[in-house]
Design a protein around this ligand. Sequence first.
Ligand code: SF4
Ligand code: SF4
Length: 347
Amino acid sequence: MKIIDRSDFTALISELIAEDPREVVGVQADGDGYVFDSLESASDLAFEYDLTRLSPKKYVMPQRETLLTYRRDAGAADYEMRAEADPTGRIIVGVHPYDLAAIRQLDKIFIDTLHDEPYRRKRENSVLIGLTMQDVADTCFAASMDTASIESGYDLMVTELDDEFAVDIGTFEGDQLLESVPTRNATSEEIDRVETIETDLEAEFERGLDFPPAELPSLLEASYDDMDFWEAYAEQCLSCGTCNVVCPTCFCFSVDMVRELDGDSGRQERRWDGCLLEDFATVAQGENFREEVAQRHRHRFMRKGWYIYERYGDIACVGCGRCTAHCVAGVADPCEVYNELREAQHA
Ligand code: SF4
Ligand code: SF4
């Protein structure tokens, strides 16, 4: 672990903004909240934020992106197709551990399993500078999901210590980033202090799962047919899909063919989709496999706590609390739903 002066860290971010060809994005105050956005100045960075509206997922899996383009000369019979894979990476500063954990899950799915080239190129050209949490959102339950601190998944992990920062180096690229600024090795007291900050943070969480997340798959499997439970929750749901959109681990997408009016060119686009939206499970001929809100509602919680675990080995909720914060109907909260299900099973 290294120690870097606050002024040198600021100088490093300023240098990256000025000289690195990649866009530097970071957490900034925006009205009454926080967002990840393009950084114009290192002084805009927020270090004591609780939760951003959207996660940095939007940089590695954009809300819309072109997968292929096609074109033919006017009157020609054949089209020329071209695969597209936007390689634009960014330097992303100030990522909390739960969002790093979410990107680690996406890496496993898109790079290790699906070999998705557009995702891989953006991800491999990106740099993740993590930030130890100092403030906890009311809706966040990351500590109980084991994502309030993290040991990997970042290039650099920064912890604020008064006028200095402790920096844990996660990758070779992270190490190289530090080359242009003075650093020194952390003392054992400073390393202990970082650990104490992480441990003390756990006491700041006002809510959490009442049981280990590892019990979720069996809990959900046993609850699948309890439609009274799912219908009671779904009664208030507006099927707006907001809980899907704000989630750092949701990765479902739709693919559309967009044809230009000339008839000779077009593109294939993918865009975020959400399992709470009414048409999500509609297939050809209009058949909808999850026509009822309760079915879609149940599916979302099953997928987060059971299906994804079965397939990829991760519980697909990192406990950020964004879905809870943004659901106007107040029925998107996995912590509440899972705790109630568990209580009902043990009643
Ligand atoms: S649970 Fe809430 S955020 Fe999600 S679709 Fe229903 S109303 Fe919208
Ligand atoms: S389900 Fe909700 S709390 Fe869990 S990761 Fe997604 S947005 Fe965060």
